[in-house]
Design a protein around this ligand. Sequence first.
Ligand code: ARG
Length: 484
Amino acid sequence: MMRMCLWGSRMEKELDQEVAAFSTSIQEDQYLYRYDIWGSIAHSTMLQKIGIVTSEEHQKMVTGLKQVGEEIETKQYDVSSFEDIHSAVEIRLKELIGESAGKLHTARSRNDQIVLDERLYLREQVVAIIRTVNALQESFLKKARRYRDVVMPGYTHLQPAQPVLFGHHCMAYFFMFQRDAERLQESLSRINVLPLGAGALAGTSLPIDCQLVADLLAFPNVQDNSMDTVADRDFLLEVLSDLAIASLHLCRMGEEIVLWSSPAFQFITIDDAFTTGSSIMPQKKNPDVAELIRGKTGEMVGSWISLAMTLKGLPLTYNRDLQQDKLPLLRAVEIGRLTFHIASRLVDHITPNIDKMEQALQVGFLTATDLCEYFVTLGIPFRKAHEMVGSLVRKLSSSGQTLHDLAWEDLQKEVEGVGPEVIEVLNEKKSIQRKKSAGSSSPGELEKQLQKGDLLLAKWNEQNTELEKTWASSFLALVDIPKE
Ligand code: ARG
């Protein structure tokens, strides 16, 4: 049964009950009540300063709003039958403090209020997600450091290509996730804008002080255009897009963990606590966690598409379609945070099988490119060297041999100047030592990456803590109700 709404007097009839159920957003809005109360207290503070609300009325409103917050928190006040969280809060406030509650909505509309709630919610969530991304980065960094000497085959087209350091492969993920965190961080400058003052769409004739509200709520900026403010949700879409990209990275990581833990590769062992068995095949140990991480991508990319389609073609300004933004938002934020968290724990529960990786180095002529580059140092044009090594590999492989079956004298016959050091060139484990270019798979370059990784993680922690502190102190100063 839908209860009271904020606009009854215009209509001759009560809202049809099925329509009420169809149009409510209260289920999703329950994630927003803290922010609704926080924003309302800041708004009331401003209304008092400009003389619309007396200080006595303001005090009542603050006490009342806090009580509403506590009642929702402790489930004493059931909001489930309201149209939205704004109605639920305002109606309860009126029950608690009487008519003066009616002043709270001065110079404010639910159209700018919902955007405020979403912005307050999202900026906190973005930092919370960044923290889980950082945790996964740290898991990779630790793994890379611990197994920094391990050499394994690197692949292109899933065919053996060149030897690489296992740590280098781990750090590839570190930097992918670094960019995901950066994208999220950059979205904050567009989220962290105060929408109040926009009103329903055109602003207000009342002399409100938006800067004061912005200061109270720790927003560095105030919106520039009231119509844009209530009409757009690109600040949400951007985060969903960032999360969709991040989920594609997670998906590739999940896929490699599935592959590497399979009997065909056996490059890694996943701790039993992070695998599952089969109800029929007793021997099975399945990488379900990695598969689910891969599988979540559907919902993550789907959330982005869902909101993009909701926004497509909407005329300015507010349209009720916009209410549909919440499900994809809440879902993507929730899944994003959880998946990054679990992914980091999964990486912590993986052990590389060094022997298997080293065995795999023997297959696939992995040092063929090293041999080309060695020939280049002897003055042979690279294209010519490539041709020579290509036909060498063809001959060896047709007789079931490898590059190790070559004696340096054989190579000397082909190329003038070849010395015994060529045997070292063909050694897969030594191959990585010869790499010189920036960001290459050499121990020196890996060391640089590890050091940079440490610095980046320390910087993230500092930035995240700073933001969390700023917002927490605004919340504490205005609301100060216990966190759920
Ligand atoms: N529940 C609405 C939403 O999420 C709040 C804004 C309602 N505004 C309105 N005019 N009906 O978008």
